[in-house]
Design a protein around this ligand. Structure first.
Ligand code: PLP
Length: 373
């Protein structure tokens, strides 16, 4: 089976972990500090704080903005549920904005309409650079400034992505990363918060460490959301390899584009000319999506549906009253998207096999003309 995602772990990662294990110092220590320094250096931001996951990083980031309870926070419904759950953890109110059908990211025109409708009532915005493609951050930051919104960038899928040459995670007040094993780089479980605001960084650092300012002195209610040195030692090696991983993902995407561009029934990923896309996922829109997934599975090709339900239709959110909300682009995308393998360990022949099998499925369906949703 060709898996839809696969972490690339080599000797270097194994040796780095062994070194930490042999040192006897497993929890947050030197490796975490080094990882934070190298990560912030890599992005060119002032501060980075490592956490136990992308989810806890999002929670810490939004919490640090110190918004009044019940603040309306705008985000996309077409994302992993953690992006929106962070809003609930903080006692705020998620407000969902529909997506752009091309990029699958939050739609600047829908955002503009939403902001005009709810003038000055939203306090923050969490954007998600979905599948590895940055949102249109010039338009979005202009709107955020005009309406006084704080901005958090969920970069869980966009390590190394850029908009007009500027790194994803460096536009808003805070950027948040995840190092789950399926992401562009991993630490097993782990996350990172980045910011140019030193007082936010300090608050976040305390929040993830029981509100502690110095040993056994607790200023406020915090949590244990720390990363371990074991995880950070993997992250240090992976950060060094990230550029190569992303080059391989982009190259793999080009191969798939080349084959699938000519297949009726399939719409290959749209990439904005100003975006550096790092293909966390290679996600097509397609006809007969579930049948195609089933067919590919029988041919030994793993696929993923990111995501089968928009956040506002999740049972949790339906119970909270979001069920009646209608966001047509997000809802339609959930029915049409399919992620194909694009990870760095695929061989050229595996990529051609994947492309050929997708083409074969539509040949058997014998449909004519391109699919233009
Ligand atoms: C993976 C992911 C998260 C959560 O990260 P974890 O490390 O799994 O907690 C948040 N947002 C998005 C968009 C993600 O893809």
């Amino acid at each position: 089976m060709i898996p839809v995602a696969r972490p690339v772990i080599g000797r270097e990662e194994i040796e780095a972990v062994s070194e930490v294990l042999e040192s006897g110092m497993l929890a947050a220590g030197k490796a975490v500090s080094r990882f934070e320094d190298e990560f912030s250096g890599h992005l060119g931001v002032g501060d980075a704080v490592a956490t136990s996951s992308g989810t806890t990083a999002l929670f810490a980031a939004l919490w640090s903005l110190d918004l009044p309870a019940g603040t309306r926070v705008i985000t996309t419904p077409f994302t992993f549920v953690a992006s929106a759950n962070a809003i609930l953890y903080c006692g705020h109110v998620p407000v969902f904005c529909d997506i752009d059908p091309g990029s699958f990211n939050i739609s600047p025109s829908s955002l503009s309409k939403l902001l005009r409708k709810s003038r000055n009532s939203a306090g923050a915005l969490i954007v998600v650079h979905l599948y590895g493609q940055p949102c249109r951050m010039d338009l979005i930051m202009d709107m955020a400034r005009e309406h006084g919104l704080k901005v958090i960038e969920d970069c869980a899928q966009s390590h190394g992505a850029a908009w007009r040459g500027k790194s994803a995670g460096t536009f808003g007040d805070i950027g948040v990363f995840s190092f789950y094993p399926t992401k562009n780089m991993t630490t097993g479980e782990g996350g990172m918060v980045v910011t140019d605001n030193p007082s936010l960084a300090e608050k976040i650092r305390m929040f993830i460490n029981h509100g502690s300012s110095s040993r056994y002195r607790h200023e406020f209610l915090g949590h244990n959301f720390r990363m371990t040195d074991v995880a950070a030692s993997i992250g240090l090696v992976q950060l060094g390899r990230l550029g190569g991983f992303n080059d391989a993902r982009r190259q793999n995407a080009r191969v798939l584009d080349g084959i699938l561009g000519a297949v009726p029934g399939v719409k290959t990923p749209y990439v904005h000319p100003d975006a550096r896309h790092v293909y966390h996922q290679y996600t097509i829109r397609c006809r007969w999506r579930d049948q195609l997934a089933e067919y590919l599975s029988r041919q030994g090709i793993g696929t993923g549906i990111h995501y089968p339900l928009p956040v506002h239709k999740q049972p949790l959110y339906k119970k909270m009253g979001y069920g009646r909300l209608h966001l047509p682009q997000a809802e339609r995308a959930c029915k049409e998207v399919l992620s194909l393998p694009v990870h760095p360990s695929l061989s050229e022949s595996q990529l051609h096999y994947i492309g050929r099998k997708v083409a074969e499925f539509y040949e058997e369906k014998d449909i004519s003309g391109h699919y233009n949703p």
